[in-house]
Design a protein around this ligand. Structure first.
Ligand code: ADP
Ligand code: MG
Length: 352
């Protein structure tokens, strides 16, 4: 069997400053949590004074420090992380870090909220499919043997302990941790004197601040079938945008694309008719988790979930038929640039 592994490291999102912005920015890029991360700060304070280079460097260092702290607790590969200690344990672990506990509690909640389209317990299955390596298509028996150990309700928090009732259960916060970290950075940056800025953490963008001329940022969404092209731009002044797609990490075997977003009920790559999703929200972890969950749900269930009002977000759903479905609250803020796609409203998406 011929298998071709394609790992795309390109950012799923690109950001352009508003065209009339004249502000000076300072940018820092580093590698963490398996991706490139960029922090861009306005070097002007809220009252219009310029901020010293030393102070800007200190803010950048603090941002990187926050990311390293989150990574040290939740990394799924670092042997000392809470996640790995938990995964290697039979019944759970004591003395967990605050980020690990927050992510765990939020992830269990989000799993329930999305009727398990999002599940932080798929680590053994991702490893079986070997998305991080050459790629492997498992048998149904191999999948079933692991699927029965992925119940998110078999894990719970008790004080500073994270406990599990199934020794085989393993955690993976890959679909929520970067959005959570983006929000931590934005909360910190808002407490500094910087007038505005943004963070871009591998497919998760956080924006803050009032730009001097109140021009919105333009967040470009990657065309899922042409990673060098932009599908369209979102005009936003603040909040979070997260993107998931079948083009980010996948391998091909016998002409079939096997991508890294798993349907937690089947244990295999989600085949929902969607090829990419973007979620816009005021909460970074929610945006990240929902971009993955909506991808698994597919257009119809995702729109029904949006309309239920159970979570506060807007979404862009891109179907394999190259339709771009926009939810009501975002329709005015999105401008399509790729001609091969057609924009439709979420009502039309429901009737499709
Ligand atoms: P990325 O992290 O590549 O930007 P996502 O936010 O969509 O993209 O997260 C995908 C990652 O989350 C996978 O690599 C895997 O580790 C994990 N994962 C896969 N399927 C699910 C799912 N249904 N729910 C929660 N996590 C998932
Ligand atoms: Mg996600």
């Amino acid at each position: 069997m011929k298998r071709v592994l394609v790992v795309l490291l390109a950012l799923s999102l690109c950001i352009l400053p508003g065209c009339t912005a004249k502000e000076a920015y300072s940018e820092n890029t580093f590698y963490a949590m398996n991706t490139f991360m960029t922090v861009r700060l306005s070097t002007v304070s809220e009252n219009g004074d310029s901020i010293s280079e030393a102070r800007i460097a200190e803010i950048h260092r603090t941002c990187e420090g926050i990311i390293r702290e989150v990574e040290a607790q939740v990394s799924v590969t670092d042997a000392d992380s809470d996640t790995v200690r938990f995964n290697d344990s039979d019944g759970g672990i004591e003395d967990c870090g605050e980020h690990f506990l927050s992510l765990l509690e939020r992830s269990v909640f989000l799993s329930r909220l999305t009727d398990r389209a999002f599940a932080p317990t798929l680590r053994p299955l991702s490893a079986l499919w070997d998305f991080g390596g050459e790629g492997y298509v498992p048998t149904d028996d191999e999948i079933d043997a692991l699927l029965c150990h992925t119940d998110p309700l078999a894990v719970y928090v008790n004080g500073n302990a994270a406990l599990k009732t199934d020794p085989e259960l393993q955690l993976d916060f890959g679909a929520v941790a970067k959005g959570y970290a983006a929000q931590l950075l934005i909360l910190y940056l808002e407490s500094t004197e910087c007038r505005g800025g943004l963070v871009s953490l591998g497919g998760n963008v956080g924006l803050f601040g009032d730009k001097a001329d109140s021009t919105a940022y333009k967040v470009g969404l990657t065309d899922p079938r042409n990673k060098d092209a932009v599908l369209g731009y979102l005009s936003l002044t603040d909040g979070f945008v997260s993107v998931s797609g079948d083009y980010e990490r996948y391998f091909e075997a016998d002409g079939i694309r096997y991508h890294h977003i798993l349907d937690p009920k089947r244990g295999s790559p989600a085949k929902s008719g969607l090829i990419s999703t973007a979620v816009i929200a005021k909460d970074g972890a929610l945006a990240d988790a929902l971009s993955t969950a909506l991808f698994v749900m597919g257009a119809e269930d995702a729109i029904a979930f949006y309309e239920s009002g159970e979570a506060d977000f807007e979404a862009i759903l891109i179907t394999e038929d190259k339709e771009v479905i926009l939810t009501e609250g975002i329709a005015e803020l999105f401008a399509l640039s790729a001609e091969t796609y057609t924009v439709i409203s979420s009502e039309e998406g429901m009737n499709d």
